[in-house]
Design a protein around this ligand. Structure first.
Ligand SMILES: C[S@@+](CC[C@H](N)C(=O)[O-])C[C@H]1O[C@@H](n2cnc3c(N)ncnc32)[C@H](O)[C@@H]1O
Length: 252
């Protein structure tokens, strides 16, 4: 374990497809605490869309889908068509279900016609910029699920400063306001996501956090501090990372 090791890992992950390797390293390769709960919230939102629009098979969009593609990976049978939208081409290289259509574009208000979708999922992306656009794209009584990480462990492996937590909370409460002003029947759920690593490779985890959270490459001093903080959290060869998220389910 050394600064050079960390630098090599960080450079390996600094490509478009490296971003997804980083996210997989941190979250999906191992599953995570909260996974079933999150999946259940998605199921509730899909069923709301079905009931509201009176369609057994939905026209759905997974916007900012990344490689995770929750809807086509776990819920393809709820949908007639799933448009998977991501501006990053490498996110769309594998389509998990046959009813999935890849759209390699940045989100904009004319990416889908007005009133054309029964359901929108926008998980852990930049949904705050598009609340009004999502409302336009949805059919009346269609349903949307939006999620975001609010705060939690980041690359420093020390607590967020009070100021940073406050700033994040302020942004999230603005988003709740904007969703409530735009949509009806807004349900807000909060949950904790937890990832546990056995015999953790701390350089790999630091590099993956840097890439996934889009922080600057660490200098040698920072590396020493963060690596030490991270190692001090390992108990019985296990390291747990926790993040707190918020999920909004809303109806047009
Ligand atoms: C955190 S990942 C998505 C995770 C996934 N949706 C989930 O719920 O686990 C964010 C994705 O959003 C994409 N993205 C960010 N801004 C975008 C934009 N303006 N238009 C389209 N895709 C965008 C990125 O390329 C990345 O693949």
């Amino acid at each position: 374990m050394s600064y050079n090791e960390y630098l090599n890992r960080s450079k390996e992950l600094s490509t478009q497809s490296g971003y997804f390797k980083a996210v997989n390293t941190l979250y999906y390769d191992r599953g995570f605490e909260g996974f079933q709960h999150y999946k259940n919230l998605i199921k509730i939102s899909l069923e709301k869309a079905s009931k509201g629009t009176d369609r057994r098979k939905l026209i759905a969009a997974d916007i900012c889908c990344g490689k995770t593609m929750w809807i086509s990976r776990y819920f393809p049978n709820y949908c007639k068509t799933i448009y998977c939208v991501d501006k990053n081409k490498s996110a769309l290289s594998v389509l998990p279900s046959s009813n999935c259509i890849a759209i390699n574009k940045a989100v904009s208000n004319h990416i889908f016609p007005k009133n054309s979708l029964d359901y929108i999922y926008c998980g852990f992306g930049g949904a705050e910029e598009f609340i009004g656009d999502f409302h336009n794209m949805l059919k009346p009584k269609g349903c949307i699920l939006i999620s975001k990480v609010v705060y939690g462990d980041d690359i420093r492996f020390t607590d967020y400063s009070a100021r940073k937590v406050l700033d994040r909370r302020r942004k999230i409460s603005q988003m709740t306001k904007s969703i409530k002003n735009t949509f009806k029947n807004v349900r807000v759920a909060r949950m904790s996501f937890g990832m546990t690593y056995k015999n953790p490779d701390t350089d790999k985890i630091l590099a993956a956090l840097e890439v996934a959270w889009k922080t600057k490459r660490l200098g040698q001093d920072q590396y020493s501090r963060f690596s030490k903080a991270l190692k001090s959290r390992i108990k019985n060869n296990r390291l747990t990372i926790k993040q707190n998220g918020i999920i909004w389910i809303a109806v047009k």
